[in-house]
Design a protein around this ligand. Structure first.
Ligand SMILES: Nc1ncnc2c1ncn2[C@@H]1O[C@H](COP(=O)(O)OP(=O)(O)OP(=O)(O)O)[C@@H](O)[C@H]1O
Ligand SMILES: [Mg+2]
Length: 271
C-alpha cells in the first residue's frame, strides 16, 4: 500500500515549460469553499495548442482547478480563489477583466451534455450572436455550419437544424456542446469528464475530435479514464487531495512517474 499520510509541503513542483508557447501560467493558486481548503498552492504552465489531461482520485480538486481557469468558481457561493492565473500574460482575476469575454476565450464542456432547450441551429448561433461576432445572417449561417463541421456533427444534423438540440443522442448532444463552445472562436476549451456519460462509440468520436481540435485550440480535459488520458493528451497533471503532485509528458506519467502517489494511482492501488 502507498503511504497516503505522505508529507506534501515542498513536494508540489511548479512545472514550467521553458521555450514553449504558453497559454496559461498559474502561480500559487489556492481555492477555498468556505473553510474547506480544496486546492493547495497549485502552479504550472499549460502549453498552447496541445491537450493536457487532469487526473486523480475523486475529490482531489480537478473540477475546482478547471473552473478557476475561466472564473466559473465565481458563480459558486462561498468559493474563494487566491493566487495568479495568467492567460498569455494577462491576469484573469484582474478587476478590469470582462468575465463574459474571458469565458468566450476559455470555453467549457461539461460532463453531462447540456444543450439549451432550443434548436440545433440556435444552440450554436447563440454565442456568436450575443458576442456580436456575426454581422449578417449569412455570416451566422457560415459560423454555425463550420462549427458543426469542426465538431464532426454537420453531416448528421444538416437536414434538421431546426429540430431541438435535446432530441439528439447523448454523443451527438456532447458534440453539439463542443460546436457551441467552438462557435465563439475560443482559445481554450476546458472539458470536465466530457465522455463519462457516453458509450464507447460516442466516446471514440469525441476523442477523435479532441485530437483534431488540438491543432488549433488549447484543450484541458479532466478524465477518470487513464486510457483516455493516454490516448488524447500530450501532458498529464496528477492531483491528490488538493495538491498538484506531478505534471509531465503523458508517456512519462504513465511509464515512469516520479512520485510514489502517481505510481500508486496509475497502477490502481488507490483512487
Ligand atoms: N460547491 C462546493 N462546496 C463545498 N465544497 C466543494 C464544492 N465543490 C467541491 N467541493 C470540495 O472540494 C474538493 C474538490 O472537489 P472537486 O469537485 O474539484 O474534485 P474532483 O477532483 O473534480 O472530483 P470528481 O473526480 O469526483 O469530480 C472536494 O473535497 C469537494 O468536496
Ligand atoms: Mg470533478
Amino acid at each position: 500500500m502507498i503511504d497516503q499520510s505522505f508529507h506534501y509541503e515542498g513536494v508540489t513542483g511548479h512545472p514550467r515549460l521553458p521555450g514553449r508557447d504558453i497559454k496559461f501560467s498559474i502561480n500559487d493558486v489556492n481555492v477555498y469553499y468556505g473553510p474547506k481548503h480544496a486546492l493547495k498552492n497549485v502552479g504550472l504552465d499549460i502549453a498552447s495548442r496541445e491537450v493536457t489531461a487532469f487526473i486523480g482520485p475523486s475529490g482531489c480538486g480537478k473540477s475546482t482547478f478547471l473552473r478557476s481557469l475561466n472564473r466559473m468558481n465565481d458563480l459558486i457561493d462561498g468559493c474563494r480563489v487566491e493566487g495568479q492565473v495568467l492567460i498569455e500574460g494577462e491576469d484573469i482575476y484582474a478587476p478590469e477583466v470582462d468575465v463574459v469575454e474571458l469565458r468566450a476565450r476559455v470555453g467549457m464542456v461539461f460532463q453531462k451534455p447540456n444543450p439549451f432547450p432550443k434548436s440545433i441551429y440556435e444552440n450554436v448561433a447563440y454565442g456568436p450572436r450575443i458576442h456580436g461576432i456575426a454581422r449578417s445572417r449569412d455570416e451566422l449561417d457560415g459560423i454555425v455550419q463550420s462549427s458543426l463541421e469542426r465538431a464532426g456533427l454537420w453531416k448528421e444534423v444538416r437536414d434538421r437544424l431546426d429540430a431541438p438540440g435535446t432530441g439528439l443522442s447523448g454523443g451527438q448532444q456532447q458534440r453539439l456542446c463542443i460546436a457551441r463552445a467552438i462557435a465563439v472562436s475560443p482559445e481554450v476549451i476546458l472539458m470536465d469528464e466530457p465522455c463519462s456519460a457516453l458509450d464507447p462509440i460516442a466516446t471514440a468520436k469525441v476523442e477523435e475530435l479532441i485530437d483534431e481540435l488540438s491543432g488549433n485550440y488549447t484543450i484541458i480535459i479532466v478524465t477518470h479514464s487513464m486510457q483516455q488520458a493516454a490516448r488524447v493528451s500530450q501532458r498529464t497533471a496528477f492531483f491528490h487531495l488538493g495538491y498538484l503532485i506531478e505534471c509531465e509528458q503523458t508517456d512519462v506519467i504513465f511509464m515512469n512517474p516520479q512520485h510514489p502517489l502517481t505510481q500508486g494511482y496509475i497502477t490502481g492501488r488507490f483512487g
